[in-house]
Design a protein around this ligand. Structure first.
Ligand code: UDX
Ligand code: ADP
Length: 480
């Protein structure tokens, strides 16, 4: 089966980059990415490719190459569905905020809407691909909706979860560890559909990297992968607290255990807590699914990963308060970073949001600098928590465009995102304009603490002992 037209519903962090790379690598296939959000589509079509709505290293170049040739962004969802032989569903599946499963289950409202729209519009057979992360067995629900239209159109449902990480999306798409395709291997139609998708990826990937499984394994593999990765971060974060009490250094521990090939070195970086759109949402979903089968021990096991992560964020904020002589009321705390990790403008579930909320509850004055996140987004994140009025959020928290300005007259600096540029700052200049004693709280283990201590900073980094500026350490009244 030769695919000539692909449609992707959802022009977000997953759909946009994934389709851009498919279009780049498959010049004979027309790829149309559609979204209901007109502003988002307009940004994808902006003449200046630097203005596309998602910041990902290398993505603008890929879009520049393919856009207008065989990559199109449009709000005409129906037309793109009708024309395509293959439809990717790449819409948001946030945690439910209402009703049964509130706070845990994935909200499949948007997925169902897509299925109904496809069912309404399609006049020719389609391969429908789940790209968004979904609870195991969602394909059955999709099939149910699609197969009951009575118009004779036939559908094959595949699961093709996306493993790309933000900030390295283009790299991950160009050279993924594996691509996973789940489908119905029992029927000829199922096999043909799977092969059609294998052929798309085979344009640039060796066959042995393309795994095929049954649909349920594919759906559950995605949840499992994210749960395992998040669990590693929570495990090392749990050790980070023990390090702070014992004089061990969490970075040294990560290195030592990571060299054991059975453990491996990745995802062992202690931090202020993991964020991002996937980890928390997917684990909560996993917990919900386990509970719904009555598997309470399985559910409790995975829930602990989230409990640890929430604790890590709270602990980081509480440590700032404790170190600043047990009060931050009226004190300026400068935030370096708001994104949930470097090289992305995405802030979903970013630890910075929760640390800010905690400190604002303690009446701190927070000022934020992030090289990529907009002021509008920062306030939207805070307002979404509903902890205080929008006016109060704008009064207590300011967004500053200049990193030196944000640190001026601050009592403490908190590093929330590991942006490389933070390492290159003139830290002497920063020290000179801060209130003394000047504190740095490194939530990412990013900065050279020794260098900072030499300048005169007192520093506290996750999983490492507090280093008080020499003069302070000698002064018992200032010891913590
Ligand atoms: C994750 C998965 O990695 C990806 O495969 C999946 O498709 C989507 O979810 P992403 O959320 O983009 O990707 O970022 P990731 O690099 O996994 O980081 C998630 C969070 O964990 C970030 O906040 C990051 O800072 C944190 N993290 C990661 C750590 O704190 N320590 C680590 O060692 C690794
Ligand atoms: P992800 O990180 O999974 O890509 P995003 O929230 O960034 O999630 O993107 C999902 C996109 O899907 C949003 O831009 C949203 O407007 C779009 N979307 C949701 N439902 C539909 C729908 N029925 N038709 C078209 N687009 C949709």
């Amino acid at each position: 089966m030769k695919i000539k037209n692909i449609c992707c519903i959802g022009a977000g962090y997953v759909g946009g980059p994934t389709m851009a790379v498919i279009a780049q690598k498959c010049p004979e296939i027309n790829v149309t990415v559609v979204d209901l959000n007109e502003k988002r589509i307009a940004a994808w079509n902006d003449d200046n490719v630097e203005n596309i709505p998602i910041y990902e290293p290398g993505l603008s170049e890929v879009v520049k190459d393919a856009r207008g040739r065989n990559l199109f962004f449009s709000t005409d969802v129906d037309a793109a569905i009708d024309k395509a032989e293959m439809i990717f569903i790449s819409v948001n599946t946030p945690t439910k905020t209402y009703g049964i499963g509130k706070g845990m289950a994935a909200d499949l409202k948007w997925i169902e809407l897509c299925a109904r729209q496809i069912a309404r519009v399609a006049t020719t057979d389609k391969i429908v691909i789940e790209k968004s992360t979904l609870p195991v067995r969602t394909a059955a629900a999709l099939k149910d909706i699609l197969d009951h239209t009575g118009n004779g159109v036939k559908y094959q449902i595949l699961s093709n979860p996306e493993f790309l990480a933000e900030g390295t999306a283009v790299e991950d798409l160009h050279a993924p560890d594996r691509v996973l395709i789940g489908g119905d291997r029992e029927t000829a139609e199922g096999k043909t559909a799977m092969q059609a998708l294998v052929d798309v990826y085979a344009h640039w990937l060796p066959k042995e990297r393309i795994l095929t499984t049954n649909v349920w394994s594919s759906e559950l593999s995605k949840l499992t992968a994210n749960a395992f990765l998040a669990q590693r971060v929570s495990s090392i974060n749990a050790m980070s607290e023990l390090c702070e009490h014992t004089g061990a250094d969490v970075n040294e521990i990560s290195k030592a255990i990571g060299m054991d090939s059975r453990i491996g070195s990745k995802f062992l970086k202690a931090s202020v807590g993991f964020g991002g759109s996937c980890f928390q949402k997917d684990i909560l979903n996993l917990v919900y699914i386990a509970k719904s089968f009555g598997l309470n021990e399985v559910a409790d096991y995975w829930e602990q990963v989230i409990i640890m992560n929430d604790y890590q964020k709270r602990r980081f904020a509480a440590n700032i308060v404790k170190t600043l002589f047990n009060t931050v009321s009226g004190k300026k705390i400068a935030f370096l970073g708001w994104a949930f990790k470097k090289d992305t403008n995405d802030t979903r579930e970013s630890a910075a949001i929760y640390v800010a909320d905690y400190l604002l509850n303690e009446q701190a004055e927070v000022e934020v600098y992030d090289p990529k996140v907009t002021e509008e987004q920062i306030y939207a994140d805070l307002d979404y928590l509903g902890s205080r009025s929008e006016e109060e959020n704008r009064r207590l928290l300011k967004v500053i465009k200049d990193p030196y300005e944000v640190c001026k007259e601050a009592h403490g600096i908190a590093v929330l995102t590991e942006w490389d540029e933070f390492k290159t700052y003139d830290w002497q200049r920063i020290y000179d304009c801060m209130l003394k004693p000047a504190f740095v709280f490194d939530g990412r283990n990013l900065l050279d603490l020794q260098k900072l201590a030499k300048i005169g900073f007192s520093t506290a980094a996750v999983g490492r002992p507090i280093v008080l500026q020499e003069k302070m350490a000698e002064e018992p009244s200032l010891a913590i």
